[in-house]
Design a protein around this ligand. Structure first.
Ligand SMILES: C[S@@+](CC[C@H](N)C(=O)[O-])C[C@H]1O[C@@H](n2cnc3c(N)ncnc32)[C@H](O)[C@@H]1O
Length: 512
């Protein structure tokens, strides 16, 4: 029997579901900080704000549901054209009892002319991750129309895409995967496997566009362990096209969007990205598009994560610092694990102990307002909320939160448990997921294996790492079970206390 390819996808992979995943930069709290670092007003988000959030190309809805569970006052809406994704999203929402998230099935290429358009709310924040450069012109035009009509004035859009020139060395590789896969036929995961076989064979035969590129080699190594569904959605889309920042900015200008910052917060600090000569070249231009182009020629970034505002309101320094001082941060690692140096393209960024030491110690106790952190005794300076926020959040060691943590409520517990039941599999324990939390408004990024461990701790607070490793690694050799056991031990001793501190697990019962 010959497989009949569905034709509703417009060249996008539709025969296998995409993986669940959580991307911290899609959180509106995070995007608000990015706007402030870019010197532009974001969206005010307090504990009771009825924020309206839309995610386009939401896949299985995991990220949207995490945000909905953590923020019961928000209205969350996920859109995707794959009915299998929408069904999975709705089923998970129902199982977790989350009523403030809706999932709409619609093709972005024609959404404005479909009945779904009326159901789509106006939004304060719209995000699209892994969509823009993976779809064709008609879908991109639909996205621009949607942003122009549904994103409120002053609202924030997050748009990630494969970037040029970072991707230029691997364009031939993607085309080869696509063409070889189509000729192999069958389901997309098999097609992509056939494509990689040819990429490897031609690289071994010294094809210069495969063998000579360090980027292609790193993608090839990654593909050896990456889940087939990821590889198919990443490489087999007929309209996939990496883009220059300038072209995305121009396309989104039609929706009156202004580029304001990178969602990778450290990228907004030129001194951390570029050496002196490159900085001097960039400083010759007032125009941010030109400065970003220069940055893109120096950095190897292959995925850009751009933040736009629909009608940017520029802030003076004092106004910007006052807004940053109101932000509240939570430490998302253990104090003992805090990295005091991080690698950046311009070398090493160091967290000076005299400034950051007291701040990290205070955050290890509880989330704090940035203004309160800068008022701690004995700090050498107090005038740099942008550096404080950019470094702590940009290095992924702190998260913006909307309020203090609370004991995990029923929705948060149910979502974490239901997601663990649905998604944890022995082969996918490294995937980036998140844990829902109460009070903070901020899902806590984690690995799939952490979701399993948190689920077990919610079921029975007395940990049994040996038993859990045996259960999870039942079909695997003893050495793999030992490895799992060591990982679980570490999670229980190092990360479970953070989960208790940030509203994922109940705090430890007081000693009687
Ligand atoms: C690479 S996945 C990214 C999913 C999710 N945002 C993530 O990053 O995990 C792209 C998603 O966009 C959806 N998609 C692709 N073309 C679309 C279109 N024309 N209209 C609506 N959704 C589309 C796909 O079904 C898929 O779920």
């Amino acid at each position: 029997m010959t497989a009949v390819a569905a034709d509703w996808g417009g060249g996008y992979v539709t025969d296998i579901a995409y993986l669940p995943g959580y991307y911290r930069h899609q959180s509106p709290l995070h995007l608000n900080l990015a706007c402030l670092l870019g010197g532009v007003a974001g969206v005010d988000i307090g504990p009771d704000t009825a924020l309206s959030y839309i995610e386009l190309g939401c896949g299985q809805g995991f990220g949207a549901l995490m945000l909905a569970a953590c923020n019961p006052h928000w209205r969350v809406c996920g859109v995707d054209f794959n009915p299998a994704h929408i069904a999975a999203s709705r089923a998970l929402a129902a199982e977790a009892g989350i009523a403030n998230a809706q999932f709409l099935e619609a093709d972005l290429a024609i959404i404005a002319d479909s009945p779904v358009w009326q159901a789509l709310p106006d939004a304060d924040v719209v995000t699209l991750h892994g969509l823009w450069s993976w779809v064709g012109d008609r879908a991109r035009a639909g996205i621009v129309r949607l942003l122009g009509d549904k994103l409120r004035p002053g609202g924030i859009a997050y748009v990630s895409y494969n970037a040029l020139p970072g991707w230029q060395g691997a364009i031939g590789m993607q085309r080869l995967l696509l063409e070889a896969g189509a000729r192999a036929g069958g389901r997309s995961d098999r097609q992509v496997a056939a494509g990689w076989e040819l990429v490897r064979a031609l690289a071994a035969a010294n094809a210069p566009h495969l063998q000579g590129s360090g980027f292609v080699q790193s993608l090839t190594r990654h593909a050896e362990h990456a889940p087939p569904a990821y590889l198919a959605h990443e490489y087999l889309n007929a309209s996939w096209r990496p883009c220059f920042h300038a072209d995305v900015v121009e396309a989104l200008a039609a929706a009156k969007l202004d580029w304001v910052a990178s969602a990778q917060l450290l990228e907004n600090f030129t001194s951390l990205m570029l050496d002196e000569a490159a900085r001097a070249a960039a400083a010759g231009y007032d125009d941010p598009v030109m400065r970003e182009l220069i940055k893109d020629l120096f950095l190897t970034r292959v995925l850009r994560e751009d933040v736009f505002v629909r009608g940017a309101r520029r802030l003076g320094n004092a106004e910007r610092d006052a807004a940053l001082a109101e932000a509240m941060l939570a430490l998302s690692c253990a104090e003992a694990q805090f990295a005091w140096e991080v690698e950046v393209p311009a070398g090493q960024a160091t967290f000076g102990r005299d400034f950051f030491g007291p701040i990290v110690a205070a955050l290890a106790q509880a989330p704090r307002r940035v203004g309160d952190l800068l008022a701690l005794p004995n700090l050498p300076r107090r005038d740099n909320p942008g550096e404080l926020v950019g470094m702590l959040v940009g290095s992924h060691q702190a998260l913006p939160v909307v309020g203090p943590p609370a004991a995990p409520d029923d929705r948060v517990r149910r979502l974490n448990r239901a997601a663990a039941k649905r998604f944890v599999r022995p082969g996918n324990l490294d995937i980036g997921m998140a844990l829902a939390a109460s009070g903070t408004g901020a899902p806590l990024p984690c690995a799939m294996l952490d979701l399993f461990i948190a689920d077990r701790l919610l079921a029975d607070p007395a940990p049994d790492p040996a038993l859990w490793a045996r259960e999870l690694g039942a079909a695997q050799p003893a050495s793999e079970q030992d490895r799992l056991r060591a990982f679980i031990d570490r999670a229980v001793s190092e990360r479970a206390p953070i989960w208790r501190r940030l509203g994922v697990l109940p705090s430890a019962a007081p000693a009687s």
